[in-house]
Design a binder for this molecule. Sequence first.
Ligand code: MN
Ligand code: ZN
Length: 497
Amino acid sequence: MPMKFEVTFSKSYRPSGGVAVLLQAANAKEPAGAAVADPEGVLAKAVKVGKFTGKSLSSLDIVAPHGSPADRIVLLGLGGAAELNDHDWLKAGGAVAAKLRSAEKATVFLDAPGIEVSGKAAADFALGMEMNAYAFDSYKTRKPDDEAKSAQRPVKVTIVTGSVIAAKKAFATAQAIGEGVFLARDLVNEPANVLGPVEFAARAKELEKLGVEVEILTEREMKKLGMGALLGVAQGSSRPPRLVVMQWKGGKAKDKPLAFVGKGVVFDTGGISIKPASGMEEMKGDMGGAAAVTGLMHALSARKASVNAVGIIGLVENMPDGSAQRPGDIVTSMSGQTIEVINTDAEGRLVLCDALWYCNDRFKPKAMIDLATLTGAIMVALSNHYAGLFSNDDRLAEELLAAGRTTQERLWRMPLGKEYDKMIDSKFADMKNTGGRHGGSVTAAQFLKRFVKDTPWAHLDIAGTAMGSPTDEINQSWGSGFGVRLLDELVRANYES
Ligand code: MN
Ligand code: ZN
């Protein structure tokens, strides 16, 4: 259900009507804002009857008692004060947003007794509300009346907190990140008939408004560069491929950039090694890596991050027409290394290997991180709760794991090694594009590793987390936008000057 919030922060506020949201720590005597919302002190009975103890994300939703300036009161539990981290505030915001579906206005009393609420926490709370409310519904032309109405009129939310100035400042940053997440979600949710490589590139081009330099390489330019692996995937589609290079120069001029590379297969039929019909519609999301990179570039530029960042996305469609590549074909990548195509459905690595090589060759980045909905095998290993992390650099891997813990966009490190590398040796070429079923996500990473030289590099296999992952307080969308918050945190914690 679509919903928009118009958030303001205020030091003190007395609601007139609407919903009063009161936050409460576990086993605290009373919630935030009790004196304002419950002047006659009659909430206690409802709390007792409702067995509300302030347990994390538990709630109590009641008609406001006599004497309250609000119409409705929602109590939300925050759990133990000592355990609260950044992510808990996002989730609390999301949980509250879910309670405000039919509201016109709301007042949130944030400063629960016994809990310290920083400006950042208040901003994260507000971002959590927006993340919960995100909906991709532009193709639904028939909406129930109440939805149509609430889509037009945003819910006015006043967040009452002691740290107003810090909250406002932090919220500007949080919103930049939120916009990046929503851009990534939009791109993943968009159907492939609307979002082809050319259209995707045009969306990326819009980042110029934020000061990002955007170049779009066409098929001819890629041919000149020798990107035979990427072009081999694209040749079975009537829609031409694109390679987009985005540069955000927020750091010192002489600083080497940090590079992000995304797989952007706008639709993956599997090619001649065609996929079964069941569930194939989900392959419109096979550009989740490119979406995350684009969303990240939006976030970094919108919040004016003091970092030099490069985003490169390889945009192709994998289709099986008369000019499609065949199993057994041998293609030459930009690196000069030859690849025997065993399975045309293992196309993501063919796109990425040229994008990675190009990125490394042109920008000499201090580190490269690629994101790709690369293998079904990663879901066999980790389901859709963790993304797979592969890296040739322990420090970079640790930084990513830490960012994953902070944002709860969680990563699990997987192995690389000579034994796995051998599995992709080919009888006829330098390598083949699949090592078989066993260790499928590892051999895919091993393949990419052959194109990064000694540059610190990490590969995130987000096939399980970019789309169709379990919904929660801050994501109700099929396309999750996974990777944007994770990598923004990575940059913020380690790479800003
Ligand atoms: Mn595929
Ligand atoms: Zn694919």
